[in-house]
Design a protein around this ligand. Structure first.
Ligand SMILES: CC(C)(COP(=O)(O)OP(=O)(O)OC[C@H]1O[C@@H](n2cnc3c(N)ncnc32)[C@H](O)[C@@H]1OP(=O)(O)O)[C@@H](O)C(=O)NCCC(=O)NCCS
Length: 179
C-alpha cells in the first residue's frame, strides 16, 4: 500500500483552485444523473465541514473524503457524529488503500475533536475494513404514502465507533439532510 501525503482543510478555507480540483475528481467518480451537481459546486446536498484529500503529481486531487459535523439523538441525548460523504478515488489510483488511509486519518481527528461515531451510507465491501458495520436502527425524516411526515430506517447506513462506546441498540434519530 502507498503512504500518501494526506492533507486536511476546513471546507470554508477551500480556494478557487482547490474547488476546481475537487469538482474535477467528484465529476470523474460520481457519474449518475443526480451527480451533475458537482459540475456546479463541490457538495451534493449541503456543504460538508471538513475534507481530507491526496494530491497527485500535477497538483490535482486524486483521493478525497468529506465529513459533515452532525448529531444523532438517542435515549434523550444528542451525540456528535462525523457524517462521511463524497468518498472518491480517481480511477487511475484505485485499489491502493487510499480510502482506508483517508478514513483512518479522519477518524483520528474526529475522535480527538469529540465525535463519538462516524456514520456513512455505502457499500460494506468498501468500508468494513475501515471499522464500519451496517446498522438498521438509524432513522431519518421521510414522508409516508399518504404524504404525512414519518421516520424511516436509512438504507445502507454503516457506523464506526470513535470513542470506545458501542453503537446503541435503541432507535437512533438523525435529524436533517442525508449526507
Ligand atoms: C469506492 C472507491 C472510493 C474505492 O476506492 P479504492 O481506491 O479502490 O479503495 P481502497 O483501495 O482503499 O479499498 C478499500 C476497500 O474497498 C474495497 N473495494 C474497492 N472498490 C470496490 C468495489 N468496486 N467493489 C467491492 N469492493 C471494493 C477494496 O477491496 C478494499 O477492501 P479491503 O480493505 O477489505 O481489502 C472508488 O472505487 C470510487 O471512487 N468509486 C466511485 C465513487 C464511489 O462510488 N464512492 C463511494 C460512495 S459510498
Amino acid at each position: 500500500m502507498d503512504s500518501p501525503h494526506i492533507e486536511y482543510i476546513a471546507d470554508t478555507a477551500v480556494d478557487g483552485a482547490l474547488d476546481r480540483a475537487l469538482r474535477e475528481l467528484l465529476v470523474v467518480c460520481f457519474t449518475g444523473p443526480q451527480d451533475a451537481v458537482f459540475r456546479e459546486h463541490r457538495h451534493f446536498i449541503e456543504p460538508p465541514h471538513h475534507r481530507w484529500f491526496v494530491r497527485g503529481e500535477r497538483g490535482d486531487v486524486i483521493a478525497h473524503v468529506a465529513v459533515h459535523d452532525k448529531v444523532v439523538v438517542f435515549a434523550g441525548a444528542r451525540h456528535r457524529i462525523g457524517g462521511i460523504a463524497d468518498v472518491a478515488v480517481h480511477p487511475e489510483y484505485r485499489g491502493r488503500g487510499y480510502v482506508r488511509r483517508l478514513l483512518a486519518t479522519a477518524h483520528t481527528w474526529l475522535a480527538a475533536h469529540g465525535f463519538e461515531y462516524a456514520v456513512l451510507f455505502g457499500d460494506p465491501e468498501v468500508y468494513t475494513s475501515s471499522g464500519y458495520v451496517p446498522v438498521m436502527n438509524l432513522f431519518q425524516d421521510a414522508t409516508d404514502a399518504a404524504g404525512q411526515p414519518c421516520r424511516r430506517a436509512a438504507d445502507g447506513a454503516m457506523v464506526a465507533p470513535l470513542a470506545g462506546r458501542a453503537w446503541p441498540v435503541v432507535e437512533v434519530y438523525l435529524p436533517g439532510q442525508k449526507f
